[in-house]
Design a protein around this ligand. Structure first.
Ligand SMILES: [Zn+2]
Ligand SMILES: [Zn+2]
Length: 353
């Protein structure tokens, strides 16, 4: 028996040695990369379910506080055959590209408010929705008053880049007539922002002062519904618009965690000011849970996490006390996906990773 084990270990070592040697052979390296190359340049068509549904993919779950892997705020919505992105924080488009999510058929972008962690990647999504795609018009962007000022600024900053790409790739691959943004300022809250193919998107005001206006969005499709809070303190408008919705995505901070961060900083640190100020224009985790319970939402998803937990231990601290209020909640990560099949009450929470 002992002899057999010794032979087995020897064989394993020999096989491992041969494999190690083979991966150093250029022809083998090329063959291995060739298999990988296709997945690097192609998109994956089946990221979202094929069945008719309203789905949401968290393409960014963190707030501006640093985190080594998460992107800033971003939620991609697919309703039937149409896709939209709500907020495009830093690294969010990188996430979508790493996951090979098709970006060429986007309907439009929605921006909740004009803080940098919600608009930073407008130029990136413009780029990947433009070069080499069949986009027939400029990229549509809906946002609060001021969105056109932001879009004009990005246009000013990036128009040379667009020209260079057109000069290099030509009109078929990078046509200048579809480069740029079509901005739509949302000012009339009595009418839907978007209504087509059974999809209804409405905006409503929330309280994120001094950032005013700041918007939340409700997306409805064939009887299924999602509300995205944007950035806000506890807001009656979210409560009222979230009554009985299937899923509420709500931003949140955790006071205890922030307090510990505050205490860890030197007394003269300017970061202490930021940690205190954060708390007066966001909603704490327990307020969010109480709001979701009162609104009778089907499921609560925490996003725009302040701070986004780096470990399970911190996640445990961040979510402390929520289970005492409601059980149907999820702390999102980049890649969290919500699927709401039509003609069903089912709420599927899964992950792209
Ligand atoms: Zn924010
Ligand atoms: Zn904000």
């Amino acid at each position: 028996m002992k002899k057999i084990i010794t032979y087995l270990i020897l064989i394993i070592f020999i096989i491992a040695g041969i494999l190690f040697f083979l991966t150093r052979v250029p022809a083998v390296q090329d063959a291995l990369f060739q298999r990988l190359a296709q997945s690097l340049i192609s998109t994956a068509p089946n990221i979202f379910p094929e069945e008719d549904s309203l789905s949401a993919l968290v393409c960014g779950s963190k707030s501006p506080l640093p985190h080594p892997t998460r992107a800033e705020t971003c939620v991609m919505i697919k309703a039937g055959e149409e896709t939209f992105i709500f907020d495009v924080g830093n690294k969010s488009i990188d996430n979508l590209r790493n996951w090979r999510v098709p970006l060429d058929q986007l309907n439009s972008i929605f921006i909740s408010h004009l803080h940098s962690d919600h608009i930073a990647e407008l130029p990136e999504i413009h780029m990947w929705n433009w070069v080499g795609t069949s986009r027939q018009s400029k990229l549509k962007v809906y946002g609060p008053e001021g969105i056109n000022q932001v879009l004009n600024g990005f246009t000013e900053a990036y128009s040379l880049d667009w020209k260079y790409r057109n000069d290099h790739h030509g009109d078929q691959f990078a046509p200048l007539d579809t480069a740029g943004f079509d901005g739509y300022e949302i000012t009339d809250f009595s009418i839907p922002v978007y209504e087509s193919n059974g999809i209804l998107i409405t905006a409503f005001l929330v309280d994120h002062k001094p950032i005013d206006p700041s918007l939340a969005f409700k997306i409805e499709y064939k009887g299924r519904s999602i509300v995205l809070s944007g950035d806000t303190i506890y807001s009656e408008t979210i409560l009222n618009n979230s009554k009985n919705v299937d899923v509420l995505f709500h931003e949140a901070f955790h006071k205890g965690t922030l307090d510990m961060m505050y205490n860890a900083l030197p007394e003269n640190s300017s970061s202490r000011i930021a940690i205190v100020d954060i708390q007066n224009y966001h909603t704490n985790t327990i307020e969010v849970a109480n709001l979701a319970k009162e609104a009778n939402v089907g499921h609560l998803v925490y996003y725009h996490l302040i701070p986004a937990p780096r470990t399970n231990l911190v996640a445990d601290i961040f979510t402390r006390g929520i289970d005492d209020i409601l059980t149907n909640w999820t702390l999102s990560d980049d890649g969290t996906m919500v699927i709401l099949p039509v003609d069903s009450k089912e709420i599927i929470i899964t992950s792209i990773n």
